[in-house]
Design a protein around this ligand. Sequence first.
Ligand code: NAP
Ligand code: G4F
Length: 443
Amino acid sequence: MIDMQLVFALKGIMNQKGINQRELADMIGKDETVISRWFAGKVGISRSSVELLEKALGEKLIKDKQHNMKKALITGVTGQDGSYLSEFLLEKGYEVHGVIRRNSSDHRERISHLEGTPHFHLHYGHMEDSMSLVKVVTMVRPDEIYNLAAQSHVQVSFDSPEFTADVDATGVLRVLEAVRAAGLENTCRIYQASTSELYGKVEEVPQNENTPFHPYSPYAVAKLYGYWIIREYREAYNMFCCSGILFNHESERRGETFVTRKITLAVARIAQGLQDCLYLGNLGSLRDWGYAKDYVECMWLILQNDKPEDFVIATGVQHSVREFAYYAFKHVGIELEFKGKGLDEIGVCVSDNRHSVHKKDTSLVGKALIKVSPDFYRPTDVVNLWGDPTKAKAKLGWNPNKTSFEELVKIMVDSDMAKVAGEGAAAKVRTNLAEYLEKGIVK
Ligand code: NAP
Ligand code: G4F
């Protein structure tokens, strides 16, 4: 019998013990090709082979507990949310399978600490490639799928709108069809990473599950398709599939080109004398920022609900980009005052009480540490996101205010202060706008 559960257990033990295929083949006196065929799911592992393996490895391949373990498949496992969700589900006792893209070099920093741990497995797959998704879903046969993979940067969606549509819109359809192709439509629950960007040019403040959508970027338009195709499959095929309409959530693992992380990294560099000025776009833009670690719990809660429903996930608290920057600088002892308007607005240092370790010869007082550049403006910008998490609180028992805005800023700044300090004598980088753009820093 082909039992991928056995293969995953075997791979987990091999990872743990640092044994490769050839060594395993030698240990059990079989040809390496036999093992390759087990791993590819081409032939099953016979009972006698299981006994042989267990004896050679000194470990049980089939544990009673393993039969009851729920299996989750996460697309976008290498992203901010994918990494936190993997940790969360492993702690809950899940067997976690992640889908990664095949690249010439690996970008797996966010999950490197999980690789090789029992019950955590990775598979290649691409959102643009149905066959790869069908293969993974058929092989893993998950109880739950968390579809987090996406081209997730709004500005990039203006630069690559077709790619964004393929991954963020049609990609969702491919996942749903993969589940049907595997015959799992009655058993597998699906979470779709939907977004507050759907509200776009907002028609109501704050936004809840009934607020009309008005997408305002190619990213949001693509995600709107994802939202509707999930609803369609729920109604047409009675599938348990839901969207979490998540407002912005950040963390020390956030990509460096999203505004919060761009700010906290710059604050750390400026505080440590490695950068002169931070260039931003629309400082007045308003967001409802939460902590990503808190939000992944909600993704799971949505799939544990009695019936498939969509939920707004937000903190219910709103701040501007300007405020985020103000608090981030304040946390390292730099007080800013904002002067001027629009493109002429600057954030000037009015007091410099940095810790002596980071204090350089010259004080920053009087220097413009933030400037506005049109390079970071968007063709259409979403400027007033503010979520109402009442439904998630009432129906899922989720606490939207576990981590406050101030704590979130502190967590991110502290982490980047340590990161920049750790980089040591890193070259003075990204000091002026020309350098920013030259280095291809994504807007
Ligand atoms: P992220 O850090 O940008 O991660 C995106 C993930 O998707 C990465 O693992 C990436 O893989 C993967 N991916 C991208 N294109 C792919 C493709 N063609 N095939 C396979 N995998 C692909 O995003 P995040 O912040 O964790 O967000 C997770 C999801 O929630 C996204 O769908 C995002 O749109 C949505 N969302 C995020 C927020 C937020 O504030 N963070 C709010 C609402 C909704 P690589 O590592 O190989 O690039
Ligand atoms: O940090 P952002 O790039 O995030 P944005 O556009 O809100 O998108 C993020 O949150 C969405 C949920 O609402 C997700 F669906 C999406 O996947 C992503 O995770 O920009 C936030 C705001 C924007 O209004 C932007 O115009 O900050 C403004 N901003 C001002 N200066 C800037 C900059 N944004 C970036 N990235 N870089 C700037 O220099």
